[in-house]
Structures are given as structure tokens and as C-alpha cells.
Ligand binder design. Sequence first.
Ligand SMILES: Cc1cc2nc3c(=O)[nH]c(=O)nc-3n(C[C@H](O)[C@H](O)[C@H](O)COP(=O)(O)OP(=O)(O)OC[C@H]3O[C@@H](n4cnc5c(N)ncnc54)[C@H](O)[C@@H]3O)c2cc1C
Length: 421
Amino acid sequence: MVGEYPSQQIGRHPLKHIVLIGAGPANLIAADRLSASSGANGLRVTIYERMPSVGRKLLMAGRGGLNLTHSEPLEPFLARYAEAAEKLRPAIEAFPPEALRAWADGLGQETFTGTSGRVFPRALKASPLLRALLARLVEQNVEIVTRAQWLGWTGEGALLIAHGDGRLEEVKPDATLLGLGGASWPRLGSSAAWVDLLTSRHIAVTPFAPSNCGFNVEWSGIFCDRHAGAPLKHAAFTFAGQTVRGEAVVTNYGIEGGAVYALSPLLRRSLEKHDKTTLMVDLSPEHDIAYLASRIARQDKGSSLSNLLRKALGLSPAAIGLLREAGRDLPRDPEALARLIKAVPVPLTGIQPLTRAISSAGGIGWDELDARFMLKKLPGVFAAGEMLDWEAPTGGYLLQAVFATGWAAAGGIEAFITGRG
Ligand SMILES: Cc1cc2nc3c(=O)[nH]c(=O)nc-3n(C[C@H](O)[C@H](O)[C@H](O)COP(=O)(O)OP(=O)(O)OC[C@H]3O[C@@H](n4cnc5c(N)ncnc54)[C@H](O)[C@@H]3O)c2cc1C
């Protein structure tokens, strides 16, 4: 069945119809901005979401504490987006971390800064924020249609929507915002099925790749049995001249965790070219080789090497196991052992799949967008969020860019509709 919305009027002004496809954080904040002033602007806002409920990835992100943004100053903050930093700058400057915090506050979700500078809602979970936002969207007359999958455009340029009950609907809005997400965790909705719909319209999309993901290591059986699940705390991880202090976790397939995620773009690029690449781990970043060697030398020569490392240096069983993985016969010479502790080679043999990555690299190329986040080849069609070509480490940088681009695209739509900009 083909359905068309009847045209509506507020006073003498015909309502402009804005369709948002995808109900992730990028489009939900855009809907909030567009509908907040809908009376004045004469906008009618509809969201179509293919899943039975909205914001599934946002809810998943809230499971371990929703890291909304980060409190560091704007310049180092922007540097986290590497090559995409200058592309994202206008959106993040216009909607910086303080604006995101104020927006969450306005929804009754006060935020706090954790010890690492990361910003979380007091409730920690995403559900209270999502609930409050949905209530406001309903108040602002946003129509949210779930189990409604966008399939592309008809020959006449209408959006083709497949409803859960089998109905097909054609909609011809005044502007469309695509907020379809990246390609990680597809079971939460963002399956990247949209890529072909855009590339068939000659829009360049950088292929998706895992970001903030784990890496494979061929651990020995004994190490894996003993230490899978154990953290490597207070270590420093180095690759290609970049060092990240923090924590990683030994897994049965290899290694994952915050510090490894931060290096994932560099490690991924290396593994795209080579079968193997080596991550270096400093198990005692606070101390230099001379200090470690003197501590080792001072210990009772009769005690086992494991006891010595545990007592003299406070290394965890997993850290000691990692040393043994690097060279089964650990050197007895204090200086040689200290050198190994400062630079344990961990050979990575592969990358975990996109389906298990926290986020994805790749997406719509920046050259395809104008300053309003409108696709140059498809006037009236805008895009925001993780479906654009950027990546960032965990720490709140993902959601900040998602919300900021959603906010900016909504502003772009307002300008487009009113003929400004
Ligand atoms: C386990 C996990 C933990 C995370 N933790 C954090 C964190 O703490 N901090 C942080 O900053 N980030 C975190 N992230 C990342 C963050 O959740 C995402 O970057 C963010 O959700 C992306 O928002 P988005 O709106 O661009 O896309 P999404 O949230 O992916 O939303 C896109 C929506 O579009 C819908 N859709 C797709 N195609 C169609 C279609 N054809 N028709 C209709 N609807 C469609 C999807 O169903 C989906 O609901 C985490 C991610 C994961 C997986």
C-alpha cells in the first residue's frame, strides 16, 4: 500500500515536513531542535526507525556507564578526531561539551566529571535521558514510527518506507535527515545497509572498518587458561610512536580495553598491510630501567622469579604471565629483565570483527557534504552521526560528535527550509 500524509496547516502557513530516518542519538537531538521551534518554523517532524524501539545503541552504551562527553579543553578534545578534526570543528564548536551537558541537564539529567575527566549523567545509565527526551519529543508533536525501514528513493524521489505490517509507504518530505549509524553491533539496528543506497547515487562512502575494538593474539594455552579476563592495569601501550597509559584486558582471543582501543586506528592500518604487528607494553611505566633493575637485584636470590616480580615490583599474575609469553625463559640478569618489563612485545595477528567493535571507522565522505551537513548531490537530504567518515577513541568523544553533528544538521535543515544560508 502506498500512503501519503495529508498536508497540514498552522494558521495560514503550510507545515513543512521533515523526515528523520533512524532513531539514534544523532537524529533524536536533531528532532528535539527541529520540533522545539516547530510552531514558529512551521515544521512537522517524523522519525522512522527500523527497529521495534528507539535508541538501542545509546541504551547499550549506557550499560557500563554512559560516557556522554569529556571535560578536557576544546583543542586537545578536537585533536582526538585526528584527520576529521577540522571537519568536525564547526559542529563541535557550535555545540561543545558544555552545551551537551546543559542539554542533558535540561532533560533533568545532571552530569558529573569522573576522575579521568570523562563526563557521565548522574544516573549513569542512558535510559532516564532517553525517556525524558522521548517525553519531550512527544510533547513537541514529533511522530515516531518504529518497525519502519527506509529502503531508498522511488523513481519520483519519494522516500520508500517498509512498515512492519508489510505496508509500503512513499513520503515526499521537504527535507530528510539520515542518521543511520555506523556498522558496529548491527543487531542494535545500524547494519549499514544504507551504503548501497547512497553509493548507487554516486555518493562516496569510505568502507567501514572496526574501531575501538579488540585484537587477536595467539596466546599459549596455559596463559589463556590462567589469565583470560584479567586486566593489565597501570601499563603503557605503545605503537608507531604513540603511547597510551591505561588498562587493557587479556581475552581468550587476544587483547582489548581502553588503552588498546585508543591505538586501534594505527593498529588496524598496520594489520591492513601486514599479517602481524607488534604492540609494546610497558608494565611499569612509572619507573625507569635502572630503578627496576636495582629493585630486582636487591631481592632474595633464592625466591622464584614470579615471587620476585610480585614482591619487588608489584606485578600482577597476568603481567608476569605476559612476560613469560614474550620469552618463556625469563632473563635472570636484573637489567635484561627490567628492559623486558619496560617493553614486552605482544604480537597481534588480526583484528576483531566490526560486529564486536564499539564503533566504526568509515562512512560518508566529507567532500559529499556542504557546511549545513547536506549531501551536495541530493539537495534536501542531510546526514549526521556515526554514518559520517570519522572515528574517535572512547572517552565520550563518540557521542559528543554524534550529538554535535545531529544538532548542526538540524540547524542546516532550518536554514535550508527558510532559505537562509
Ligand atoms: C557497547 C557500546 C558502548 C558504547 N559506549 C559509548 C560511550 O560510553 N560513549 C560514547 O561516546 N559512545 C559510546 N558508544 C558509541 C555510541 O553509542 C554510537 O557512536 C552512537 O550510538 C551512534 O549514534 P548514531 O545516532 O549515529 O547511530 P545509532 O545509534 O547507530 O542509530 C542509528 C539508528 O538508525 C536506525 N536505522 C539504520 N538503518 C535504518 C533504515 N534503513 N531505516 C530506518 N532506520 C534505520 C538503526 O536501527 C538505529 O536505531 C558505544 C557503542 C557500543 C556498541
